[in-house]
Write a protein that binds this ligand. Structure first.
Ligand code: ZN
Length: 345
């Protein structure tokens, strides 16, 4: 119980991509880039194992951005038609490609990455993909004419990919849906339905990561406008409790999310953000443990998976490594408290 995992991403080595940058350009090309990405995955896995993380990811070392990794594998998208749009309700601008025809997988998208990850560790593995609504919000549409229709089409592509990943031995598939905290009406109208379609019929465990974003300035400014308590989850959690998704990843470290809201998640797994990714200050194991203990007042240990608040790709590598160690050590502290006293001297 209290198995640890991370939201998904880790910083990339400086020889692979520009550090501390989202959408960072690669510093290698061609075969050297392929080899560099594989080496970076092995390092990311080793960092997690050495820290004591139980369910590991490839640190998203093979993708430039958490949305593009999947979208680049689809046909129906014109990358020469780049337009600048405001995403996440215009919180920031991004230059995005345009959907010009039916979206379909060209073939396997993350299969090779999943095989490498599976071969790199004996621990349970997790692969992340962007959720349908977050892709819709990070792309321009000139074909479907409705966000819901595009979302449904993307969900079908995600489901095909997810079935393939599960067959390759992936233990957990997580869909990242930061857009779920922005478009509450759309979550109700089509977001949950698309999420359910994306994870339909999967043999592995599933989760959705909802969040208030990386620790970049636009997000920190936005969080400042959300008031003393962040209650967005109050609307989405009851819907998720009735959905097909297996677990929910949310930020609880240094966040204004009232932790009691996890009671609204029914019997879902809770990937409990106990490490803040918006600061270089490294948590102590005691601070991590305090967040876990607080959550234990509202959900049983069997359903709690201590985790990071969000992806760590914008952090310095040594900071991220130290935070991994704090996460594992904090969870170990609480596990020791919960272990049956029987058998002790
Ligand atoms: Zn996040």
């Amino acid at each position: 119980m209290l198995k640890t995992t991370i939201a998904g991403s880790l910083p990339k080595p400086a020889w692979l991509a520009t550090p501390r940058t989202l959408w960072a350009p690669w510093r290698l090309e061609g075969a050297a880039l392929d080899e560099g990405r594989r080496d970076a995955v092995r390092l990311a896995v080793r960092d997690q194992e050495q820290a004591g993380i139980d369910i590991v990811t490839d640190g998203e070392q093979s993708r430039r951005h958490f949305v593009w990794g999947f979208v680049e594998g689809l046909e129906g998208i014109d990358w020469s038609r780049l337009v600048t749009i405001g995403i996440r309700a215009d919180r920031y601008k991004a230059e995005v490609p345009t959907v010009t025809g039916p979206v379909r997988r060209r073939g396997s998208i993350h299969g090779e990455e999943a095989r490498l990850l599976r071969a790199s560790t004996v621990r349970p593995i997790k692969v992340t993909m962007p959720g349908p609504m977050t892709i819709v919000d990070t792309i321009a549409d000139a074909h479907y004419g409705s966000r819901a229709a595009l979302g449904r089409a993307l969900a079908a592509c995600l489901n095909e990919e997810a079935r393939e990943l599960a067959a390759l031995g992936v233990d957990v598939i997580q869909l990242d849906e930061p857009a779920f905290n922005v478009y509450m009406d759309e979550v109700r109208d089509w977001g949950i339905e698309a999420l359910d379609a994306a994870v339909a019929g999967l043999a592995c465990r599933t989760a959705v990561h909802i969040c208030y974003g990386y620790g970049i300035k636009a997000n920190i400014d936005w969080k400042g406008t959300l008031g003393g308590e962040w209650r967005q989850y109050e609307q989405t959690f009851p819907l998720l409790a009735k959905s097909r998704i297996g677990g929910v990843s949310l930020e609880c470290a240094n966040s204004r999310v009232p932790i009691a809201l996890i009671e609204l998640l029914g019997d879902k797994d809770i990937l409990l953000g106990a490490v803040d990714v918006a600061t270089d200050a490294v948590e102590t194991p005691a601070e991590v443990a305090a967040v876990i203990r607080e959550a234990l007042r509202h959900a049983p240990a069997e359903r709690l998976y201590p985790c990071t608040n969000c992806g760590m790709v914008p952090l310095a590598r040594e900071v991220a490594s130290a935070k991994l160690r704090a996460l594992a050590a904090g969870a170990a502290l609480v596990r020791a408290e919960l272990a049956p006293a029987a058998g002790r001297p």
